[in-house]
Design a protein around this ligand. Structure first.
Ligand code: PEP
Ligand code: MN
Length: 332
């Protein structure tokens, strides 16, 4: 149950009610509310005087539920917005990993040429093998931050574990939580206690309920700027890296109020399929895309097979414009 407290409820009373209802209190300038387990369906008479409204939801998809907020939430990324009634589809691109100043400058120049706004590169890479390139870490974040100062882009990079959450929060404009970190409650809580947008990727072995409940951990800490990212799940199919769950995307659009970004690069795993898949995704009317691109994918230190070279990226990008138009979306 979501309990909206009256504006004049004091922090002391709000804490007392949260304790009595065993709920989580969100108490800040914008929100004064308590979220209890969805199993709770009634409230005691003695706290009714503090309450302006209650919302009873049928599962622990609560703050993210479309039954609670009936439209997609607006998420502000500095001077840009997605969700709400913006009709924006945000193109996020860049290499899987930042590898050097030269490489990231080449990527920055591609974005500038196409008038794109949001550069993504990983610094702390959640690799499957301990012997593979693990990322440039804090040095990489500082290089990205220099690029932001020079070009004015928004920067997105991923947090892999609790040891560097603070650094990623400080140096980026959107914090990415990777598929393997989706269940890390330390990361979910810490990113929930600040206000920068968080892009939460779906774990490849997670069902939709688990995915959205992970988002609830962030929302219930107070941060309302959560974006979901479908990036493919593991199925019996091995010819492609993962299987992009577009049925799941329809579910998320229908039943949740969070903007949705699709990552076709990690889903497909091979560059040849990324443009087709991306056009199909755009036709669904989504809030954004995450596409990996690299000046020379054949020498990329991570995810080499799936990154588009700049020519491929530019061709795909122009082909998306008419698809966006046909579903009334602005590609930004
Ligand atoms: C990535 O975005 O480079 C990445 C590692 O993705 P995922 O967490 O979806 O595997
Ligand atoms: Mn990658």
């Amino acid at each position: 149950m979501i309990i909206h407290l009256k504006e004049d409820t004091s922090a002391k009373d709000a804490n007392k009610i949260a304790e009595e209802t065993e709920g989580k209190l969100i108490f800040n300038d914008q929100n004064k509310l308590i979220v209890t387990s969805s199993k709770k369906k009634t409230i005691d008479q003695n706290i009714k005087k503090y309450i302006s409204s209650t919302h009873i939801l049928d599962s622990d998809i609560q703050l993210s539920s479309r039954d609670y907020i009936k439209e997609t939430r607006t998420v502000n990324i500095n001077n840009f917005e997605i969700g709400g009634n913006t009709n924006n589809t945000l193109m996020i691109t860049g290499p899987c990993s930042i590898e050097s100043r030269e490489q990231i400058r080449q990527s920055a120049n591609l974005l500038k040429k196409l008038k794109l706004t949001t550069l993504r590169a990983g610094c702390f890479k959640p690799r499957t093998s301990p012997y593979s390139f693990q990322g440039l870490g804090l040095d990489g974040l500082k290089m990205l931050s220099d690029i932001r100062d020079e070009y004015g882009f928004n920067i997105i990079s991923e947090v892999k574990d609790a040891s560097h959450v603070e650094d990623v929060i400080n140096y980026t404009d959107i914090i990415q939580i990777g598929a393997k970190a989706m269940y890390d409650h330390g990361i979910l809580r810490e990113t929930g206690q600040q206000n920068k947008p968080v892009l939460l990727k779906r774990g490849f072995g997670s069902n939709l309920q688990e995915f959205v409940q992970a988002a609830e951990f962030i929302l219930s800490e107070g941060n309302q700027n959560v974006i979901l990212c479908e990036r493919g799940i593991r199925t019996f199919e091995t010819k492609t890296r993962f299987t992009l769950d577009l049925c799941g995307v329809s579910f998320l659009k229908e039943y949740t109020n969070l903007p949705i970004i699709l990552d076709t690069s990690h889903a497909m795993g091979y560059s040849y399929g990324v443009p087709d898949l991306t056009r199909a995704c755009v036709a669904m009317g989504i809030d954004g895309l995450l596409i990996e691109s690299h000046p020379n994918p054949s020498v990329a230190k991570s995810d080499a097979s799936q990154q588009l070279n700049f020519k491929e990226f530019e061709e795909m990008f122009s082909s998306l414009i008419p698809v966006c138009k046909s579903v009334n979306r602005n590609l930004i």
